[in-house]
Design a protein around this ligand. Structure first.
Ligand code: SAM
Length: 261
């Protein structure tokens, strides 16, 4: 349990480098966290985002990737873009923007409609229910040597003649940058805003990482990133300010190569 900047500073002295950091920072939307104050001044919030972006750059190698998961802010629309700018200013380059659809209503084969994911009503006649969020893929490398394993999340061609046409022996195509990973209700958790294990697994698979790779979540909450890393045989390091969230995280299937602080 502890503060990520302090923890990472110590780890850095010991030569720590991560391969993949998958995380969702606080959004500064006055969410009621256990310990963290989510209502900072805009200036303070952006400054701490910059400090974290810099710390992550120090703990990265040339192929390290950050998957920065953020939601739109309907009070201050520009804020997520300004957070992204802090990462840019710290040397990170935007490689991909993914829309995570966390709840949605879809047509069914029988002509009906069915809704999936967690519906959170908005108490407003202006704003719609928030059904999607971003995942920004960032890397320090500006020469495009960081690549993604598109077919790790591949979708089979509906018409396999297309596979021949595109000379694709695997018979699969790229899933693209819109992912539907439904969001379970958070009512059972002590944490007000978690992300699903499946979302993290997608990021790690797309990066084409091998078992044993180093996965980091500086804001690990109740440990979705830790669980995904364990499922894929990777080592995990995570921090959170709240002892309660860490306690909940350690109840997940995590294995031995996991350090949650
Ligand atoms: C959006 S939540 C992340 C939730 C997590 N992805 C999950 O699925 O459970 C942000 C988390 O950052 C933690 N936090 C905020 N500032 C921190 C800091 N400086 N060091 C460590 N954790 C911090 C908060 O306690 C909160 O749990």
């Amino acid at each position: 349990m502890g503060d990520a900047e302090t923890g990472l500073h110590e780890k850095l002295q010991g030569g720590y480098r991560f391969d993949s950091a998958v995380f969702s920072p606080p959004y500064n939307m006055d969410v009621e966290y256990d310990v963290y104050d989510d209502a900072k001044t805009r200036e303070d919030y952006l400054y701490s985002s910059f400090v974290m972006a810099q710390m992550l750059a120090h703990c990265a190698h040339e192929k390290s990737v950050i998957w920065l998961q953020m939601g739109p802010n309907h009070v201050d629309f520009a804020l997520p873009y300004d957070v992204l700018k802090q990462y840019k200013d710290a040397g990170w380059r935007l490689y991909n923007q993914i829309a995570w659809i966390k709840s949605g209503t879809f047509p069914q084969k029988d002509g009906s409609e069915a809704s999936f994911g967690h519906y959170r009503p908005m108490n407003s006649n202006i704003y719609l229910h928030r059904a999607w969020e971003w995942v920004f893929m960032l890397a320090l490398d500006a020469k495009n040597t960081v690549t993604v394993d598109k077919l790790a999340l591949g979708v089979p061609y509906a018409d396999q003649s297309n596979a021949k046409r595109w000379e694709n022996e695997a018979g699969m195509r790229c899933r693209g940058n819109v992912w539907f990973c439904k969001h379970a209700t958070t009512q059972k958790s002590a944490h007000p805003c978690t992300f699903p294990v499946e979302l993290v697994e997608n990021c790690l698979k797309l990066q084409g990482l091998k078992p044993g790779s180093a996965v980091l979540d500086p804001y690990c909450g109740t440990g979705a990133t830790a669980e995904a890393a364990h499922k894929l045989g990777m080592n995990f390091l995570g921090y959170d300010l709240s002892a309660d969230y860490i306690k909940e995280a350690t109840k997940r299937p995590l294995g031995d190569e996991v350090y949650v602080r």
